[in-house]
Design a protein around this ligand. Structure first.
Ligand SMILES: [Zn+2]
Length: 274
């Protein structure tokens, strides 16, 4: 993966820890991990972002669904101990009719049980969602509520930014927040000010950089290639250049093949000033 990333001009990459539809992960190959760590250091690869399977739903109604979510996340974080400094992104979940409040309670319950085990070397990120179906994390207030509930359940073991321990952060997906009704095209400063008020920009650790096939507030979640969607190239250029965002790692999740990603990375580097 690291060699492929370098071959297309990337200095970070996102990957699935296992089949995105669920299932067992491959056993860890220690020699391969060591080769990766050497290669990443030699080639200036920044923080890698592991993505949880889409089927992971900590807010499911069925106990079996919730147990699967907890087992997978705990196992993923254990595996990521081999690559210190990585980040782990997950979709908070869907409450499937139980209500957002119960969804937040279930998600924070899982997070607090896992994060109380030990200080992991990985930063865990809640992804901002578009609000399709019964998704939890549909606005910044729900993201904050998950963080607050998790830290309150952790109590004295509360995880702090400064502790150099497991950190709960946020990954902002440009397509999802647009589809969720945040106008990053016409009011990026306003959206970031709202994020700062609701969550705190200190929690923002990564950007999923995508255009959107749908209109502002559509609650749809269909990613489009950079500059080919409804957010548009000018607005996305302001995102990559924004002083509060420009130093974060950006991960593409656009519908591209490898050559398409190579072209998008070249385009983004051209958009980037200074
Ligand atoms: Zn995303």
């Amino acid at each position: 993966m690291a060699q492929t990333a370098v071959s297309i001009g990337a200095n970070v990459f996102q990957f699935f820890t296992r089949n995105p539809r669920g299932g067992a992960a491959k056993p860890i190959d220690k020699a391969d991990v060591a080769a990766f760590l050497d290669y990443a250091a030699a080639n200036g690869i920044g923080p890698i972002l592991a993505h949880a399977p889409y089927t992971l739903n900590a807010a499911g109604a069925e106990p079996r669904v919730r147990e699967f979510a907890e087992e997978v996340m705990a196992d993923d974080l254990e595996r990521l101990e081999h690559t210190p400094g990585a980040m782990y992104n997950f979709h908070p979940g869907s409450h499937v009719g139980q209500g957002a409040e119960e969804g937040i309670n279930l998600i924070s319950g899982m997070l607090s049980r896992i994060l109380s085990k030990k200080p992991y070397k990985t930063t865990v990120l809640l992804e901002t969602m578009s609000g399709k179906g019964s998704e939890v994390g549909r606005d910044f207030a729900e993201i904050r509520a998950i963080i607050d509930a998790t830290e309150s359940k952790l109590g004295n073991q509360a995880i702090k930014q400064s502790d150099n321990q497991t950190i709960l952060g946020v990954c902002l997906d440009t397509c999802h927040v647009w589809d969720g009704g945040y106008d990053i095209a016409d009011d990026l400063d306003g959206v970031l000010a709202e994020f700062d008020r609701a969550v705190g920009l200190g929690r923002l650790k990564a950007i999923h950089f995508n255009d959107s096939m749908n209109a502002l507030g559509a609650h749809k979640d269909r990613h489009e290639r950079i500059g080919k969607g409804r957010i548009g190239l000018d607005a996305l250029a302001r995102v990559v250049n924004h002083p509060k965002l420009r130093d974060l790692p950006f991960y593409l999740e656009t519908p591209c093949d490898l050559q398409g990603y190579r072209d998008e990375i070249a385009l983004i580097k051209k958009l980037r000033k200074g």
